[in-house]
Every structure is written in structure tokens, then in C-alpha cells.
Design a protein around this ligand. Structure first.
Ligand code: 13P
Length: 258
């Protein structure tokens, strides 16, 4: 069983056009020069810039082995009178191969619920994109010891309607909301405990091989100094990086620690 290890950089609402080009070029030239994981493999790297950079970054990553481009969101509609929206098909046509769906900032700040997110997931798969589907509890839920239940419910309402062949094409990102942008990282034990739980949920809903092949990323204050320990956990298959993805040196240090 070899599941893919991925380090993805979610640039969120950062980088003017020329800044984003510089960042993508710096990351790609280091990758092309032969960055390897600790076990000597070419790591899989995904860059998720804002929409204005999508096509340009896709062009930069296109020529570099192991580097891909993602959108940070996709519309819950295919086309029509939805001002400001960008569809999964449009994202694919701009050259991106991945899309982040269900980030906690989309859920909380933009009111996206599991029903909307499951539609976005289906449309992304139909457009040929690989969705990185985000789940995770808020602090109050963890303090109330409800985090496993919350995550299971997010999977049941958002993901478990998919057929097995579709599930084989998705990536899950566990992002405890209390760890995002706060500097409070989940401990390696907390991350491993939840990742192992998520994998068990997939084994129970589908079967063991589906669970074994599922890539589960950790996100939330992942930095160069804590990445190696988090990524060394058996069920942590890489990271979804926010703040530390905005500087090439930090991001590349995290990539190397896979
Ligand atoms: P930070 O790495 O800034 O905590 O953000 C994590 C995140 O939200 C990635 O999607």
C-alpha cells in the first residue's frame, strides 16, 4: 500500500499578481532542482493561489514534476447567473488539477454547510479535479470531547454519499479550527489520533483498502519546526499549509520534512 504524500500551500487571500508569480517560480525552481523527501522521493506539492493567479501558476507548475495547482474553492453550480462565482469546470479549464473544498473559513465566514459542500465535491469530481476536502472541529467541540463525533458527522453529510471509485480520487484534510492561524498546533499525538479515526471511518463505510489508500493531510499552524514530527505519524500523509506557505523557504523546508 502506497498512499500519496502531499504538501499543499493554501495562500488564502494573499499575494498580488507579481508576488504570486515570484513565489510559484521560486518553489518550482527548487523543486525542479531536485528537492526530495526524507525518504528520497520526489514530494507531491500543490499550490493553491487565489483565482487571479490560477492560470499563471498552473502554467508555471505544468512543467515541473510533482508540482500541481489548486483553486481554494469552487461554485456549487455549473454555470448561470451567479455573479462572483467560479465553477469547477472553469478551474479545470484554467489548468488546475486540484481544488480545496470545505475549508473552515468557507464554512464559518461564508456559511457553506455540508449540503453545499457535498455538491461542490461532486461537481469538482465531475470536472476531473482532485478535491482536498477539509474537516475539523472548533475549540468548544474539542473541549466538550465531541471532536470525533463532529468529524464523523462532517464525513457522513459531506463525503460518504460518494461511491467507492469517487472516494479513491479525493484527499482529506483534517484542520482543527482552533489550530488554524493561531500558532496552537495539534500535538503529533492529537493529529495521529484523529487521522487514524478518520481512516477507520472510511474503512467502516467502504473497506480497508479504500482507507489504506486515502491521503489525509494535517492543517493548522504547521511550520518548518513542527512539520517533521507531525508528518512522521503513521496516518499523517502530509500537510495543508497556510501562513508558512507564503514564503518559499518556509514552505520548501516543510516539503522536505515529509
Ligand atoms: P495556518 O497554517 O496559517 O494555520 O493555516 C492552515 C490552513 O487553514 C490551511 O488551509
Amino acid at each position: 500500500m502506497t498512499r500519496t504524500k502531499i504538501v499543499a500551500g493554501n495562500w488564502k487571500l494573499h499575494k498580488l499578481y507579481h508576488e504570486g508569480i515570484d513565489l510559484a517560480e521560486e518553489i518550482c525552481s527548487s523543486m525542479a532542482a531536485g528537492i526530495r523527501t526524507r525518504s528520497g522521493e520526489i514530494p507531491k506539492v500543490v499550490l493553491a493561489p487565489p483565482y487571479h493567479l490560477l492560470n499563471a501558476v498552473a502554467g508555471i507548475t505544468a512543467g515541473v514534476t510533482g508540482v500541481y495547482t489548486a483553486a481554494q474553492n469552487a461554485a456549487a453550480e455549473i454555470s448561470g447567473a451567479f455573479t462572483g462565482e467560479v465553477s469547477a469546470q472553469m478551474i479545470a479549464s484554467a489548468g488546475a488539477g486540484y481544488v480545496i473544498i470545505g475549508h473552515s473559513e468557507r464554512r464559518t465566514l461564508f456559511g457553506e454547510d455540508d449540503a453545499v459542500l457535498s455538491r461542490k465535491l461532486v461537481l469538482s469530481l465531475e470536472a476531473g479535479l482532485i478535491p482536498i476536502y477539509c474537516i475539523g472541529e472548533v475549540l468548544a467541540q474539542r473541549l466538550a470531547n465531541a471532536h470525533f463525533e463532529v468529524v464523523l458527522q462532517q464525513l457522513k453529510s459531506g463525503v460518504f454519499h460518494l461511491e467507492e471509485e469517487a472516494v479513491a480520487r479525493i484527499v482529506i484534510a483534517y484542520e482543527p479550527v482552533w489550530a488554524i492561524g493561531t500558532g496552537h498546533t495539534a500535538t503529533p499525538d492529537q493529529a495521529e489520533e484523529m487521522h487514524a479515526f478518520i481512516r477507520r471511518c472510511f474503512a467502516e463505510r467502504y473497506h480497508q483498502a479504500v482507507a489504506d489508500n486515502l491521503t489525509i493531510l494535517y492543517g493548522g499552524s504547521c511550520k518548518p519546526d513542527n512539520a517533521a514530527e507531525l508528518f512522521s505519524q503513521p496516518d499523517v500523509d502530509g500537510g495543508l499549509i497556510g501562513g508558512a506557505s507564503l514564503k518559499a523557504a518556509d514552505f520548501l523546508a516543510i516539503v522536505k520534512s515529509v
